[in-house]
Design a protein around this ligand. Structure first.
Ligand code: KG4
Ligand code: ZN
Length: 338
C-alpha cells in the first residue's frame, strides 16, 4: 500500500511516499534553514509563507523521485499536531485537497509519534516495552512505548526544549543556525569540564526536564547578568572560549538526557530505549546513550541519522499502522498547535 505523507509542522516542508510502512520510495525535505538563519531562529509567519511556496513543488518531486503517479496513491497522511499553527495549516490543507481529489483516505499523524517511529525504520526494530526519548527543537519528552501506536507520557520539558537550548546558546555564542550542529562542531576543540554548569533535576525522581536555567547560566558566563540583546550582537569571543563553552554546555545537556532516560528505563523495566528527534543526530548523545544502555543490558534503537530531523517518511510509514488500526480523518481535520 503506497501512502503519500506530508510534514510542515515547523520550518521543513516535506513529502514522502512509503510502501507498507517500511519501504521509502521517496523522501523530499525542503529546508528553510538559510532563511531563518538571518533571524537566529524560526520566524513562524515567514515559515508559513515559505511552506505555501514549497508545498506543491515538494509533492511533485516526491512523486517523480518515487516514479509514482497520483493514481497509485492509496492514502494521504499528514502531520496535524503539534507544531506552529500557520505552518501546520499548509500541510493539512494540501493533504485534505489531495485526499478529496484522489478519493483516498486521509490519516492524521502526531509529529512526536512519527519521530519515535523512526526507530522502527532502523535495521533492528525495538523490543517493547521501550522507553522513548524524543529530543527536538520544540520537545523533550520521555514516553513508555508499548508499540508504534502506544505511548504513555512520563515527562517533558517545562520550559525550553533541548534543541531550543542548543539554538539559543548558539545565538549567544554567535554560531550559526540551527545551533545543534554548530555547537557540536565548536565543541570538538573545547574542554567539556571548563565550566561548571547546572544539570537541572538530574536526580529529581521525576521525568520532567528544564533547560532554561542552563541557557541563562551560559549567558551570564559569557556576558554577565545584565546582558542585553545588543550586548549579544556586539560580542566578540576568542575561538578557544567559544569551544570551551560549547563543549561544557553540550556535556551538561547530554548528562541530563542520558541519566534521566536510563533511570526511567530502569524504573519501568523496559527491554529497549528509543532515541528520536533532531537532537538525536548529536554524536555525543548517541555515544553516551549507547555506552550507558549497553552497561545496563538494554537494546538501544536510534532513528537512522537521515530520519532524526523532520521528514515525511516517518509520517507516511506510521500512517500505515494507523490505517490498519482504522484511523481515518475527515475533511474537517484541524491543525493543532499542541
Ligand atoms: O526534530 P527537528 O528537526 O525539528 C523539530 O521538531 O523541532 O529538530 C530540530 C532541532 C534544532 O533545535 C537543532 O538545533 C537540533 O534539532 N539539532 C541538533 C543537532 N542537529 C540538529 N542538536 C544537537 N546536535 C545536533 N547535531
Ligand atoms: Zn520534529
Amino acid at each position: 500500500m503506497k501512502i503519500l505523507g506530508i510534514e510542515s509542522s515547523c520550518d521543513d516542508t516535506a513529502c514522502a511516499i512509503v510502501e507498507d510502512g517500511a519501504a521509502i520510495l521517496s523522501s523530499v525535505v525542503s529546508s528553510q534553514e538559510d532563511i531563518h538563519a538571518a533571524f537566529g531562529g524560526i520566524v513562524p509567519e515567514v515559515a508559513s509563507r515559505k511552506h505555501i511556496e514549497n508545498i506543491l513543488p515538494v509533492i511533485d518531486k516526491s512523486l517523480s523521485d518515487a516514479g509514482t503517479e497520483f493514481a497509485e496513491i492509496e492514502a494521504v497522511a499528514v502531520c496535524n499536531r503539534p507544531g506552529l499553527i500557520g505552518a501546520l495549516l499548509i500541510g493539512v490543507t494540501a493533504a485534505k485537497a489531495l485526499s478529496w481529489a484522489l478519493e483516498v483516505p486521509l490519516i492524521d499523524v502526531d509529529h512526536l509519534q512519527a519521530h519515535i517511529y523512526g526507530a522502527w525504520m532502523a535495521d533492528a526494530p525495538p523490543r517493547t516495552p521501550a522507553l522513548s526519548l524524543v529530543v527536538s527543537g520544540g520537545h523533550t519528552s520521555l514516553y513508555l512505548t508499548g508499540g508504534p501506536l502506544e505511548h504513555e507520557l512520563m515527562g517533558s520539558t517545562v520550559d525550553d526544549a533541548a534543541g531550543e537550548a542548543f539554538d539559543k546558546v548558539a545565538n549567544i555564542l554567535k554560531l550559526s543556525f540551527p545551533g545543534g550542529p554548530a555547537i557540536e562542531k565548536a565543541a570538538r576543540n573545547g574542554n567539556p569540564q571548563a565550566l561548571s554548569l547546572p544539570r537541572t533535576w538530574i536526580d529529581a525522581g521525576h521525568f520532567n526536564f528544564s533547560f532554561s536555567g542552563l541557557k541563562t547560566a551560559v549567558l551570564y558566563h559569557c556576558l554577565g547578568q545584565n546582558a542585553s540583546k545588543d550586548d549579544i550582537k556586539n560580542a566578540h569571543y576568542r575561538p578557544g572560549f567559544v569551544a570551551d563553552v560549547a563543549a561544557s554546555f553540550q556535556e551538561a545537556v547530554v548528562d541530563v538526557l542520558v541519566r534521566k532516560t536510563c533511570i526511567a528505563a530502569e524504573k519501568t523495566d523496559v527491554h529497549s530505549v528509543i532515541l528520536g528527534g533532531g537532537v538525536a543526530a548529536n554524536s555525543l548523545l548517541r555515544k553516551r546513550l549507547s555506552e550507558e544502555t549497553a552497561r545496563r543490558g538494554l537494546q538501544l534503537v536510534m532513528a537512522p541519522p537521515g530520519l532524526c530531523r523532520d521528514n515525511a517518511a516517518t509520517i507516511a510509514a506510521l500512517a500505515f499502522h494507523l490505517y490498519k488500526a482504522g484511523t481515518r480523518a475527515g475533511l474537517d481535520l484541524e491543525a493543532r498547535p499542541s
